[in-house]
Design a protein around this ligand. Structure first.
Ligand SMILES: Cc1ncc(COP(=O)(O)OP(=O)(O)O)c(N)n1
Ligand SMILES: Cc1ncsc1CCOP(=O)(O)O
Ligand SMILES: [Mg+2]
Length: 513
């Protein structure tokens, strides 16, 4: 099992053995492994501890005994045996490594995860020093998604050795076709990100995947692939699935090509298992990266279709009667609201649902989006276009299970980390605030204009500046980079809601040019 540990992890385990021996211990304990990891300043584990702000001083019980660095040929059998606790930690490390990324082996970062997961005094020490298992796992997963590490040049990768030349030829044909399909599929998807979504972030990520795919393909025996190619003799070129010949729209093209890319990567992954497990692992990483990008991109597609041109979002609720509510909704729509959110706190669910259905009718007649606040269940029952969630409402994942893949899910965010998390979770749009003091809701702190400026740089998804927004401060928001706003009191409490909405909308449209 130890061969699946990276060289750095093997070094740390050997060093732990030596530390245990030099302190006269009867067994190598988790604390020896932790000492070894902390001592090795160049390891991935040390880098992660530093990145996560964990102070290593004070992590260890006392000064680590000065022990010689073990020589390459030093026999591990001279070291004490591993304690039960350490074996637990190593096995946890291996299973977490498999869970996170099956292709890269168990590294020093996974040893750290194992030490935390195994519990006991060392895990307590790590937690007291500020290390949280979720943050560590998340950081490792992110580094895999963003930076899978260098891909060796093709000359470093041994060519496949196959005993049966006929089988080698078959394999080469499969790999050749799959490589082409993956490359082509990615290019089609990239075109959508670039020309339809106009999204530089997604385009860059797809380009990166395409580049890494190219590196992976160069790890195959490219000459062999080409010589084995026999397009006229490929029975598959003339067979077409019923839905392959026609696509109803660009979105259908996108969906089909994500599927095609993932399938082709799967084929590359499976067939390279025969000859080169390392390369197979790289294709697996790429496939997972494609799934992550697909989730993000489909969220952007739904957002663009639902909210592409939306500028003015009005939150309505807290009104005494259904008549008051429908009047304000009609006025807001007449004034140019693009989205109406029904935000009601404190009424019985049955009443909320009844009112929500009335709002649905009015918004549908006007072609305006209707979002239900807080409650995915009521959103679905009222046939709303989506639901808005705060940081304490149900998660995007759970809401998605209720409202379905095509519904809009918005998330309130108050700081950059929340914005990033909401995007990762698959939100279609974001609330950004509170920017100014609000008459509708009390806040301990304001996110302010600095956060608006951040959002303008950080995302291509639709986002709405919210919190105390009115005609008097709209220009400050526009200057900070906002192009869409969400308001409540500025319209709902206005004497003439239609005029209030109309003034805001006119300025937003003018600023959009
Ligand atoms: C568009 C939009 N942005 C933010 C919010 C606030 O949501 P939340 O933080 O869940 O607070 P409540 O509105 O539920 O009190 C919103 N509703 N809409
Ligand atoms: C619910 C909510 N969340 C952030 S600000 C806000 C209230 C928006 O209302 P107003 O426009 O009256 O400040
Ligand atoms: Mg809420």
């Amino acid at each position: 099992m130890r061969e699946s540990f990276t060289a750095g992890a093997q070094r740390a385990i050997r060093r732990a053995g030596q530390l245990a021996r030099s302190r006269g211990g009867g067994a190598v304990e988790p604390i020896d492994l932790l000492s070894a990891l902390v001592e090795e300043g160049e390891s991935r584990a040390s880098a992660l501890l530093a990145e996560l702000g964990v102070r290593v001083e004070g992590l260890l019980p006392g000064a680590v005994e000065e022990a010689e660095i073990p020589g390459e040929d030093e026999d591990e059998r001279d070291f004490p045996p591993h304690s039960h606790e350490l074996r637990l930690a190593l096995s946890d490390a291996a299973s977490k490594a498999r869970e996170l990324d099956r292709s890269q082996g168990v590294g020093t970062e996974h040893l750290l995860v194992g030490l935390l997961a195994a519990g006991g005094p060392v895990a307590d020490r790590l937690s007291r020093a500020g290390l949280r298992a979720e943050a560590l796992m998340e950081r490792i997963a992110r580094s895999i998604a963003v930076d899978p590490g260098p891909i060796p040049m093709s000359e470093d990768i041994p060519a496949p050795e196959l005993a049966d030349p006929g089988e080698a030829d078959d394999l080469a044909r499969i790999l050749d076709a799959s490589a082409n399909r993956a490359r082509e599929g990615l290019r089609v998807v990239e075109d959508y990100a670039r020309f339809v979504l106009d999204d530089p972030g997604l385009t860059r990520r797809l380009k990166d995947v395409r580049h890494r795919l190219g590196e992976g393909i160069r790890g195959l025996d490219v000459d062999r692939l080409l010589t084995s190619r026999d397009t006229p003799g490929d029975v598959g070129t003339h067979i077409m699935a019923a839905d392959e010949g026609a696509r109803s729209n660009a979105r259908a093209v996108l969906v089909a090509n994500f599927k095609r890319t993932a399938e082709a990567l799967r084929s590359l992954e499976e067939y390279t298992k025969i000859t080169d497990q390392w390369l197979s692992g790289r294709f697996e990483v790429l496939r997972y990266d494609v799934y992550t990008i697909e989730k993000r991109m489909m969220a952007a597609v739904v957002a663009r279709q639902g909210l592409g041109g939306a500028r003015l979002y009005v939150l309505v609720g807290g009104l005494p009667t259904l008549g008051d509510l429908t009047w304000v909704v009609e006025e807001a729509i007449a004034g140019g609201a693009d989205v109406i959110q029904y935000r009601e706190k404190g009424l019985p669910d049955r009443v909320i649902l009844h009112r929500a259905r009335e709002v649905r009718i009015l918004t549908a007649q006007a072609g305006v989006r209707f979002i239900m606040n807080d409650r995915p269940d009521l959103a679905r029952l009222a046939s709303a276009d989506g639901v808005h969630l705060g940081q304490e409402d149900v998660s995007v994942r759970d809401a998605r299970r209720v409202v379905g893949p095509n519904a809009l899910i918005g998330v309130s965010t108050h700081e950059p980390a929340q914005l990033e998390a909401a995007i990762r979770d698959g939100a279609n749009y974001l609330g950004v605030g509170p920017v100014f003091p609000s008459e509708t809701k009390a806040f301990d702190a304001l996110a302010g204009l600095a956060y608006v400026r951040h959002a303008a740089e950080a995302t291509n998804l639709p986002w709405f500046a919210i919190g105390g927004v009115d005609e008097s401060n709209l220009d400050q928001l526009l200057d900070a980079g906002a192009s869409r706003v969400a308001v409540s009191s500025a319209v709902v409490r206005a004497e003439r809601p239609r005029a209030a909405a109309s003034a805001l909308k006119a300025r937003l449209v003018e600023a959009a040019g």
